[in-house]
Design a protein around this ligand. Structure first.
Ligand code: SF4
Length: 207
């Protein structure tokens, strides 16, 4: 597999927010989101065997792993890595919503799937068949930049029976307060979360 970085930090997004986590960021992505904050993962990375990745992550003090990207499901040995990590600890997999997640359903991993909103420019690439594959232990994340994104997310939620936890995350420069107040006013049962790691360390690699 190709790997951009392996690092240890706090989980900055989603329902595991704040938990110390080892991140394995694979290289390459099939999407080009307008507001992508990991463009450095689009290109080639270091070639590593699954065994080399496992050896490296064993050097960190916590056995909670997040396989992210780029888009990790593009790696042909992604499932081997996920299964091996699941034998060692808790695993989450961040995937962008454009790749069939069927192989992940039987894995012992929490699926953290994005559903790209119009501000990303990638909403037409989403695979709606994925939505019914998520279970209550998984999460689906909508990045909300503006009212169009918000209304789009509401339509997707209304039109589909989504069992997973629903996360609304403000896009980088959008204020969380605006999104939070809108969710409260509309009585939505979704979780509004900022990107914790950016609040703590700013927008940089390796955190
Ligand atoms: S899917 Fe993720 S890595 Fe790929 S372009 Fe979008 S935000 Fe960036």
């Amino acid at each position: 597999m190709e790997v951009t970085e392996i690092f240890y930090s706090l989980q900055g997004e989603g329902k595991e927010i704040g938990r110390p986590t080892v991140f394995i960021r694979t290289s390459g992505c099939n999407l080009r989101c307008e507001w992508c904050d990991t463009q450095y993962a689009w290109g080639r990375g270091s070639r590593m065997q699954v065994s080399e990745v496992l050896k490296k992550v064993k050097g960190f003090p916590i056995k909670r792993y997040c396989v992210t990207g780029g888009e990790p499901m593009l790696q042909k040995d992604a499932m081997e890595l996920i299964d091996r990590l699941a034998d060692m600890g808790d695993v989450s997999v961040e995937t962008n919503g454009s790749i069939d997640i069927t192989p992940l359903v039987s894995a012992k991993a929490m699926i953290s799937m994005d559903y790209k909103t119009p501000s990303s420019g990638m909403e037409s690439r989403m695979l709606d068949d994925n939505l019914s594959l998520l279970n209550k232990n998984d999460q689906i994340k909508f990045v909300i930049a503006d009212l169009d994104d918000y209304d789009f997310a509401l339509d997707i939620i209304d039109e589909n029976d989504i069992a997973a936890e629903i996360i609304f995350q403000p896009e980088g420069s959008s204020p969380v307060k605006t999104l939070a107040e809108r969710v409260v006013k509309d009585g939505l049962d979704v979780r509004v979360l900022p990107q914790l790691h950016k609040n703590i360390w700013g927008d940089k690699k390796g955190v």
